[in-house]
Ligand binder design. Structure first.
Ligand code: PGA
Length: 256
């Protein structure tokens, strides 16, 4: 039986606008979810979303966080600012940021630490690309990302999420099968045991991301080590995203 509360996070990336905010928030009004649900809109829209939060159980997350606290860092947004604005969590090291904005494991580790210091839930994203999978170095890549991103992190009394997002599955419509995802999640949990300890590894939630839809969400979530979902494209359709959240909540209730 799963002991960890399921979590579903929408990653809007550089998409959406006021219309999507209104329709998304409206789809959540009056609904209760046993799973934890968050939306990561572009920074500019966070405040707009937060004004509606009193009417729903939605949380707001950010797609990134600065490694710096304050100062001459043009274009950055700090963890403290996000926390003060009402943000609950932040994605760190999404593969698009690693590939296009030169994020590395060391930078991710600083961001994880900064997020924890400001009581934001860090969601560290890891995942291999197609070539790495084909050359059988998936575990090596994940080990480096996890060790690099978590070295020296103290999780006493704090929560952490890992999002396993195979790059080959992101935006391609080719989600990992539940069996493949479970195998990798199990590896990630074993690696977390080595980095922290068994009790800590057992409470870290590991999300799957990459072409999640309402058609594959349930099967993925039923796997023992899949504790949540990170949803890109399908989260831009509010009805579709709500359907995924409902599936996660049903499983949470069963697991209770
Ligand atoms: P996708 O994106 O659901 O569109 O594949 C997931 C992500 O990049 O977080």
């Amino acid at each position: 039986m799963k002991q960890r509360k399921p979590i579903v996070i929408a990653n809007w990336k550089l998409n959406g606008g006021l219309d999507l905010i209104c329709t998304s928030v409206a789809s959540f009004i009056g609904k209760h979810f046993a799973a934890q649900i968050a939306i990561c809109p572009p920074y500019l829209y966070m405040r707009d979303m937060l004004t509606f939060l009193q009417y729903s159980e939605l949380q707001i997350g950010s797609q990134n966080v600065s490694r710096y606290e304050s100062g001459a860092y043009t274009g950055e947004t700090s963890a403290q600012m996000l926390k003060q604005a009402g943000c609950s969590l932040c994605l760190i090291g999404h593969s698009e940021r690693r590939a296009m904005f030169a994020e590395n494991n060391e930078g991710c580790q600083i961001k994880v630490r900064t997020a924890l210091n400001h009581e934001l839930l860090p969601v560290l994203c890891v995942g291999e690309n197609q070539q790495q999978r084909e050359t059988n170095i998936t575990e090596q890549v994940l080990r480096e990302q996890l060790r690099g991103g978590l070295t020296g992190i103290d999780l006493h009394g704090k929560d952490l999420c890992i999002a396993y997002e195979p790059v080959w599955a992101i935006g391609t419509g080719l989600a990992a099968t539940p069996a493949i995802a479970q195998e990798v999640h199990q590896f990630i949990r074993a690696e977390l045991t080595r980095i922290f300890d068994e009790a800590t590894a057992n409470r870290v939630r590991i999300l799957y991301g990459g072409s999640v839809t309402k058609s594959n969400a349930r099967d993925l979530l039923q796997q023992a080590d899949i504790d949540g979902l990170l949803v890109g494209g399908a989260s831009l359709d509010p009805g579709h995203f709500v359907a995924i959240c409902e599936q996660a909540s049903e499983l949470a209730e069963i697991d209770d």
